[in-house]
Each structure stands twice: as structure tokens, then as C-alpha cells.
Design a protein around this ligand. Structure first.
Ligand code: FAD
Length: 460
């Protein structure tokens, strides 16, 4: 079975490895670097910068409190950029090794369809044609640019550039208070940049349970981040102080000055140069349409990851890659998409899985909610990191867990308890009867589960 995969990001390379494990002859075509957006311009480089920004904040505020005096600490931006490149290169090299050890062929170049059985690959060395039995489209996404006056001015950037700036800007306005916008706000505000967020909706990170977003909002405001909700960017022009943003809100029009403007208003599927029509594959608003097995309308062509639209996350792309590879190789994919964790890597971290309180109510569930504040947790107090809460949502009749939402230290690691609970259709009683180690931040989940039925042990 010959499978050709277009794109070597988390969707493409995971599909390649899984298909190879199941006996397929697999080729990955990649026009840039394997690892895709995630490794090269997304998940990994953002977290490298975030790690340093959190440590810097600790040096400035918390180390003194825990008995460590550090004088004269400052950010070495060049070293931080070098470290980021080293980590990215190491992980990209890791993916290359995995592809080789699974006997996946990698071809450098830009692929497009010739018909429903052939792909053309263009590179500096010329053009070649590959035959395939099955193809998987995994070409990812790119930042959305809105056609507004001034959008092409120097200093207006996207997430592709914001992680590799020559120096830390003095000020930055972030257009869009979604996941990427708030992560960048958290990073740069801790590094000493004056950050403002302009968000069209009434709240930042509006897709998450608002009870867990509040501690993040409070922290950003404490760090001097200005948040403009219900506010829309209209145009940008040059000014004596850098860039001037003209924005409008229900209370009128205002201007904001900044050195850099980050456009972070969403991402669009990358499907425009693939000649999909030659393979008979249909798209809707640029996204490849797929069924639950990730198959397109063409019988032997699948698509996974960001190019299919929906929530754009690396672990979703990889899970979809496994589904596509297994379906092509006649297996029954078992992945349960109810268990997708949604994470925001800020300080405090946010993480949610399953239904939010609002979604559960909208779907007509009678629910029980258990909340525990992070400040009651011994380990969080020891670590000086008590912003946040844990919140379980359960079906009032059966006790089955419908959602878990956490803000605070290690929220993005702890969320796996909720994902597993939902996968196993566990109940609140099954969480409370599971022993959680002491002292750990994870005990907060135990406490939130206990409090669902009013039985919290450590909440006064
Ligand atoms: P991509 O990773 O975009 O990979 C697609 C690949 O296809 C690219 O390498 C591209 O070069 C290649 N390609 C495209 N067209 C062609 C062609 N014609 N021929 C050959 N190759 C082609 N997600 C998380 O889960 N956690 C995070 O913390 C997180 N942080 C993020 C932070 C930022 C700043 C950004 C921008 C994104 C972040 N994401 C995060 C999202 C995550 O990066 C994406 O969801 C993920 O990379 C999508 O994987 P993919 O394989 O679908 O596409």
C-alpha cells in the first residue's frame, strides 16, 4: 500500500509513523521543516519563551519571598533566542529520526495533486511525480490577515514573527484575545513589554469556562496588561511614537500607540495551492471537508489537522493522523474526540476538557458543580503559586463527569485526569474514592470533586 502525505507537521508525521507501523510504504512531502507550525513557529518556541518569562517573574517577585535574593537579574534575549533554536532543532531532528527509523521516505518540496492517483513535487532540483494508492492532506494553517488600512506597515506582525523579534519591544498591541494572543501577552508582559489586548468579544479566551479565565484576567491586569473588550481595530497608521491603532468600541473611538502590533485573530487552512480540484476533493471556505474517519469526498484521499478547520491544536492533528492511518490500513480507530484537552499556556495556566458549565446547561443537563480554590492547596502555597481554581462539572442524576476546568500551576498537566475520567465515563464518586498523593497540586482536583456534593474537606 503506497501512501503519500502532504505536510510533515504533527498531523502528517504522526499519520506517517502509524501507517508505517501498520505496514504501509509511506512518503512524507514537506516544503519546509518537519514538525510544522507546532515545532517551528508554535507550541514549542512559545513555551521556551514562556518558561523564561515565568522564571524572570519569579526572580523579580517570588524568589525574594521564598528566601532567595538575586540581584541584577536581566533577560539575555540573544541567549534566549539561541536556546529556543537549539530546542526546536533538537525536536525537529527527533522527528527526522523517527521517520527514518520507521522507514518513512521524506521528500523536500511543495506537493500538489496531478489527479486522484498522483502528486507532483516541486523543489529546487526540479519536479517529480509520485503515484499513490492513498494520500493524506496535512498542510496545516497560516495566520489570518484582515485587509484593513495600514495592515502592511512595518511593525505589524503575526505569530510567525513575534517569537523571533530582534529585541523585546517596549510596547505591543495584540489584536485578538484568544489562546495565542493571551499566551503572547503573558510572555511579553512578564519580559517588561507594555502589552495591550484588543478583543472584539466581551471576554478574552471566550471559548473556555469563564470561572477559570478570571484568575488569568486578574493576573494580566496586575502585570499592567490593558484589555479592551468589545473593541474592534479599524486602521493603523504611522505616528511619532511608532504605530497608532484606531479602534472603536461601544463607548466610542480611541487611539492606542505601540511599537509592534501583533495580529492574532485566528488561522486559516492552507489548501489554496494544492490543485485539490484535480483530485476531485472539495473544500468549504478553504477547509478540506472530511467525515469522522478523516476521509474526504474522494475515496482514497484523507485530510487531517488544521487544514480541515475546527479547533486547531497539535494533539487534535496527531489524533486525526492516527485515525486516518488506521482507517486506510483497515483498522477500527478508537480515538474518543470527547477527550480533547484545551490548554492555554499562560501564568496561571488554563486547561479544560469536556463541557463548560455554560455548554452543559445549554445542552439541557441538570448539573452539579464542584469548585476548589488553589489557595487552599498546600503544594501551591509552598510554591508561592496560588492563583486559580479547579472545577468539576457532573451530571446531577448519575454523577458522570461532564467536564473539568482548571486554572493554576500545572493545569495543563493535571487536565489529563479529566480527559481519562471522561473517556472512562467515570463519576464524581470514582474520583473522590481515588487516592490523590499529598502534598501535590493534584489534590485540588480531589477537593473539587468532593465539593461537588458539598463534602469538601479543606474548604472552610
Ligand atoms: P502544521 O503543523 O501547520 O504542518 C503543516 C506542514 O505542511 C507544514 O510543515 C508545512 O510546511 C507543510 N506544507 C504545507 N503545504 C505543503 C505542500 N503543498 N507541500 C508540502 N508541504 C506542505 N497547539 C497545541 O496543541 N498546543 C500549543 O501549545 C500550541 N501553541 C501554538 C502557538 C502558536 C503561536 C501557534 C501559531 C500555534 C500553536 N498551536 C498549538 C497550534 C499547532 O501548532 C497546530 O495546531 C499544529 O501545528 C497543526 O498541525 P498540522 O500538522 O495540522 O499542521
Amino acid at each position: 500500500m503506497k501512501i503519500v502525505i502532504l505536510g510533515g507537521g504533527p498531523g502528517g508525521y504522526v499519520a506517517a509513523i502509524r501507517a508505517a507501523q501498520l505496514g504501509a510504504e509511506v512518503t512524507v512531502v514537506e516544503k519546509d521543516k518537519v514538525g510544522g507550525t507546532c515545532l517551528n513557529r508554535g507550541c514549542i518556541p512559545t513555551k521556551v519563551l514562556l518558561h523564561t518569562s515565568v522564571e524572570m517573574e519569579n526572580v523579580n517577585k517570588e524568589f525574594k519571598e521564598i528566601g532567595i535574593d538575586i540581584k541584577g537579574a536581566e533577560i539575555n534575549w540573544e541567549q534566549l533566542q539561541r536556546r529556543k533554536e537549539t530546542i526546536v532543532n533538537r525536536l525537529v531532528g527527533g522527528v527526522e529520526t523517527l521517520l527514518r527509523s520507521n522507514k518513512v521516505t521524506k521528500i523536500a518540496g511543495e506537493g500538489s495533486f496531478v489527479n486522484s492517483r498522483q502528486i507532483k513535487i516541486k523543489s529546487d532540483d526540479g519536479e517529480i511525480i509520485l503515484d499513490f494508492d492513498y494520500a493524506i492532506i496535512a498542510t496545516g494553517s497560516a495566520p489570518v490577515i484582515i485587509p484593513l488600512p495600514g495592515i502592511n506597515l512595518p511593525g505589524v506582525i503575526t505569530s510567525d514573527e513575534v517569537l523571533s523579534l530582534k529585541e523585546i519591544p517596549k510596547s505591543m498591541v495584540i489584536i485578538g484575545g484568544g489562546v495565542i494572543g493571551t499566551e503572547i501577552a503573558s510572555i511579553y508582559s512578564s519580559l517588561g513589554c507594555k502589552v495591550s489586548i484588543v478583543e472584539m468579544l466581551p471576554d478574552i479566551v471566550s471559548n473556555m469556562d469563564q470561572d477559570i479565565v478570571k484568575p488569568l484576567k486578574d493576573k494580566l491586569l496586575k502585570n499592567g496588561v490593558e484589555i479592551y473588550n468589545n473593541t474592534k481595530l479599524e486602521s493603523i497608521n504611522n505616528s511619532s511614537n511608532g504605530l497608532q491603532l484606531n479602534v472603536s468600541s461601544s463607548s466610542g473611538k480611541i487611539t492606542i500607540q505601540a511599537e509592534k502590533v501583533l495580529l492574532s485573530i485566528g488561522r486559516r487552512p492552507v489548501t489554496e495551492n494544492l490543485s485539490l480540484e484535480k483530485a476531485g476533493v472539495t473544500t468549504e471556505k478553504g477547509r478540506v471537508k472530511v467525515n469522522k474517519n478523516m476521509k474526504t469526498n474522494a475515496d482514497n484521499i484523507y485530510a487531517v489537522g488544521d487544514c480541515t478547520g475546527g479547533a486547531m491544536l497539535a494533539h487534535i492533528s496527531s489524533a486525526q493522523g492516527i485515525v486516518a492511518a488506521e482507517h486506510i490500513m483497515n483498522r477500527k480507530p478508537q480515538i474518543d474526540f470527547k477527550t480533547i484537552p484545551y490548554c492555554v499556556y499562560t501564568k496561571p495556566e488554563l486547561a479544560g476538557v469536556g463541557l463548560t458549565e455554560k455548554q452543559a446547561k445549554e445542552r439541557g443537563y441538570a448539573i452539579k458543580v464542584g469548585i476548589a480554590p488553589m489557595y487552599i492547596n498546600g503544594k501551591s502555597i509552598i510554591e508561592g503559586d496560588t492563583d486559580g481554581i479547579a472545577k468539576y462539572i457532573a451530571d446531577a442524576d448519575t454523577g458522570e463527569i461532564l467536564g473539568l476546568h482548571i486554572s493554576g500551576p500545572r493545569a495543563t498537566d493535571l487536565i489529563v485526569e479529566g480527559a481519562l475520567a471522561i473517556r472512562l465515563e467515570a463519576t464524581i464518586d470514582e474520583i473522590t474514592s481515588t487516592i490523590h498523593a499529598h502534598p501535590t497540586v493534584g489534590e485540588i482536583l480531589h477537593e473539587a470533586a468532593h465539593s461537588t456534593y458539598g463534602n469538601a474537606i479543606h474548604i472552610p
